[in-house]
Design a protein around this ligand. Structure first.
Ligand code: PEP
Ligand code: MG
Length: 322
C-alpha cells in the first residue's frame, strides 16, 4: 500500500468524479519542511508558530521569527503557507512569559486573547510575517477567535503594522489573506457573519470538539465524549463551510479530522476545500479521495447530518466507502 501511495506524490488531489481538493501539511518548525515536500503536500495548511516561542529560553526577536517564516515560505516555493499567530496558553507555557495561574486554563487567557492584550508581542510577530511575505504565498490566521470584535481588532493591528512597514519603504506582499481558526463554537455559529469580513476559515476540530462537547481533549475519563463524527460537530462544520462558500471564501480543516479516513469522506461531501494534516498522512488521504465520488459523499453527508448518534454516522460512512 505504501508503494501505491508513493506514486501519488506529484499528483493532484482529485476525486473519482473530478472534483479537485487541496491536501496541506501541518508543521511546527521549518525543520518539518523535508517531510512536507517528501510527502507531496500542496501547501502548508497550519504552521503552529508557538513552537518558535516554546523552543526558546527567551522571547524570539523579530529577526528570529522573520528568518523562520522566510525559510518556510521559500521552501514551499509559491505554494500557500497558512501561518497561525501564536497559540500560547491552555497547556502551552513559556518560561519567559509568566501567565496567571487559572482554574480553567483552556477557558482562560490564551492565544488571540493574549495577543490582543500583549500587543507588542503580537505586533512583533506580525511585522516578522509581513517582512517575510514577499518570499512566498502567505496566509495568516488567528487562533481561538470567539467574536467579531476580536477579529476586527487583530486585523486593525495587522493593517497598522503593514502601513508602518510600507511607510519605511520595506517591501510587503499585497495579497496576504487573513482568516481565523474555527475552534470555538460561538465562531462556528456566527460563521455567516465572519465570512463577510475575512478571506478564509480553518476549522480546528481538536478544540472545536472539546469546546462543543465540554470535554477536555486530554482527559481519559471523558474521552468517550470526544466524538469527531457526532452529528452536532458535522452540523457546525456544515454551517461553517456553507457560510464561507456563500461569500466565495475558502475553508480548510487543520485538526485531526483533516486526515482521518472516516472524516475525509464526510468532509468531501460537506464541500471542504482543503484537508490539512501531518505530512505522513497526506498520501494516504490523497489516495482515499481519488477513490471516492463527491456526488456520493454529498448523499452520505446529507444522511449523516440527520442521524442521531456518532455510532450511526460511523456505520453509514463504512457502508458508503467499502
Ligand atoms: C485544533 O484545535 O484543531 C488545532 C488544529 O489546533 P491545536 O491542535 O494546535 O490546538
Ligand atoms: Mg486549537
Amino acid at each position: 500500500q505504501k508503494a501505491e501511495w508513493a506514486k501519488l506524490k506529484n499528483e493532484k488531489t482529485i476525486s473519482a468524479d473530478n472534483v479537485e481538493f487541496m491536501t496541506g501539511a501541518n508543521i511546527g518548525t521549518p525543520k518539518d519542511l523535508d517531510g512536507v515536500l517528501e510527502n507531496g503536500a500542496e501547501g502548508v495548511g497550519l504552521y503552529r508558530t508557538e513552537f518558535l516561542y516554546m523552543d526558546s529560553n527567551e522571547m524570539p526577536t523579530e529577526d528570529d521569527q522573520f528568518n523562520a517564516y522566510k525559510k518556510v515560505l521559500e521552501g514551499m516555493d509559491g505554494k500557500t503557507v497558512t501561518v497561525r499567530t501564536m497559540d500560547i496558553g491552555g497547556d502551552k507555557e513559556l518560561p519567559y512569559l509568566p501567565l496567571p495561574n487559572e482554574e480553567n486554563p483552556f477557558l482562560g487567557y490564551r492565544a488571540i486573547r493574549i495577543s490582543l492584550d500583549k500587543t507588542e508581542m503580537f505586533r512583533t510577530q506580525l511585522r516578522a510575517l509581513l517582512r517575510a511575505s514577499v518570499y512566498g504565498n502567505l496566509w495568516i490566521m488567528f487562533p481561538m477567535v470567539a467574536t467579531l470584535p476580536e477579529f476586527r481588532a487583530a486585523k486593525k493591528i495587522f493593517e497598522e503594522e503593514k502601513a508602518g512597514l510600507v511607510a519605511k519603504d520595506i517591501a510587503v506582499a499585497d495579497n496576504i489573506k487573513l482568516g481565523i481558526m474555527i475552534e470555538i463554537p460561538a465562531a462556528a455559529v456566527l460563521a455567516d457573519k465572519f465570512a463577510k469580513e475575512l478571506d478564509f476559515f480553518s476549522i480546528g476540530t481538536n478544540d472545536l470538539i472539546q469546546y462543543t462537547m465540554a470535554a477536555d481533549r486530554g482527559n481519559e475519563r471523558v474521552s468517550y465524549l470526544y466524538q469527531p463524527y457526532s452529528p452536532s460537530i458535522l452540523r457546525l462544520i456544515k454551517h461553517t463551510i456553507d457560510s464561507a462558500h456563500k461569500e466565495g471564501k475558502f475553508v480548510a480543516v487543520c485538526g485531526e479530522m483533516g486526515g482521518d479516513p472516516i472524516a475525509v469522506p464526510l468532509l468531501m461531501g460537506l464541500g471542504l476545500d482543503e484537508f490539512s494534516m501531518s505530512a505522513t498522512s497526506i498520501l494516504q488521504a490523497r489516495s482515499l479521495i481519488k477513490k471516492l465520488e463527491v456526488s456520493k459523499m454529498q448523499e452520505l453527508a446529507t444522511k449523516a447530518l440527520d442521524l442521531d448518534t456518532t455510532d450511526e454516522v460511523v456505520e453509514l460512512v463504512k457502508a458508503y466507502t467499502n
